[in-house]
Design a protein around this ligand. Sequence first.
Ligand code: 9WN
Length: 409
Amino acid sequence: MEALDKQAIDILTDNDRGGYTIPTAGLYPYQWNWDSAFAALGFSTFDLPRAWQEIETLLTAQWDNGMVPHIVFHQPDEGYFPGPEVWGGKGPIASSGISQPPLVATFARKIFHRDEALGQEKLKAIYPALVKWHRWYMECRAESGVVASTHPWESGRDNAPDWDEASDAIDISNVGEYQRRDTSHVDASMRPTKLDYDRYLSLLYLGRDCGWDEKVIEQTSPFRVADPSLHFTLLRGHRDLAEIGKLLGEDVSEIDGWISTLEEGCKQIWNSEISAFDSVNLRNGKFAGSLSNASFLCWYAGIESPEMVGHLERILGNGHYIVPSYDPAGEKYDAMRYWRGPVWAIMNALIGWGLEEQGHVTLARAVRQQTAGLISNYGFAEYFNPDNGTPAGGGHFTWTAAVWLSWSL
Ligand code: 9WN
């Protein structure tokens, strides 16, 4: 295990670009939002000041309206598309125009416990930015009481089956020619399709062309999908933010109100037809019918569900590595294609922590052991095939290394 610890530390160090960490060289040459939360957690196991710096750097990209972007383009790089000029972000640093699952408050609280004196000082400094970001989520994404994704990239689960039905409404006639870069780094069979990318770009242009005006986006975008990854991570994030606020002697009544709203909102993403948490298209009320790894983030959010326990036991019993990003029994299951099947160590970490906190000790142990087994047998890959463990996507991957180092935090 010591050799793997060293390898994981080397990955974080190699991917460090000075104050921020890239997910992996080539494929993802910028700072990504939820990747950085994991990077910070990983760094906190061997370099605490660097861990805080990762979060601080991310927050320097915060927009005036409170949004913390999903990609921060610190230095130009030809290897990624769409880059800063395509996005036309409105923040103090070149960035994308959407956010990503808000893990930072939760992870900052974990990092705080490694040195509470340093932690208290750091939390005090970042608390206002975190409150502003979470308020932006409540005002610009949670108008229905449930947290909506305005772009598949915002949820962090780009080509999940969750978006299929809702994406049919996206007009791609304005998209034109463009040159993808991802498929020059990774085999196209493991990535989203051309149609997926056309749709991603159409939504991007819609946001950019209205100057990222959230009201216009809410009123005109064909795509607004309430999604368990954003809903559960924000609910969990609010809980940790409230604890941070109390620690700092702040009035947290506004945050408590957000928690109640989102607890109530969980009912809206419960699909009784499949007895699971699911995504729902807010434009027509249709459920996606997708049991995904985000469905299993309920425990991370402090929400109990015997039915979800049942699903996880079934998938485990069928001999798959857990937790696949889409139900292997589902008709859209694709074991190597990104968020349509593969296992992601980061999602496993969130799910495993949630299970443990809610007292599902045996399942938590199974998720943890399988994740550790996948990494030790197949390396620090971006994701893994649930049928046989084959590593897929990018390698030398920051958040997979971070999961390896920080699971016990
Ligand atoms: C778009 C960096 C990111 C992750 C996402 C993952 C993938 C980007 C892409 O890589 O998305 O944001 O270009 O494919 O889906 O969760 O944050 O690792």
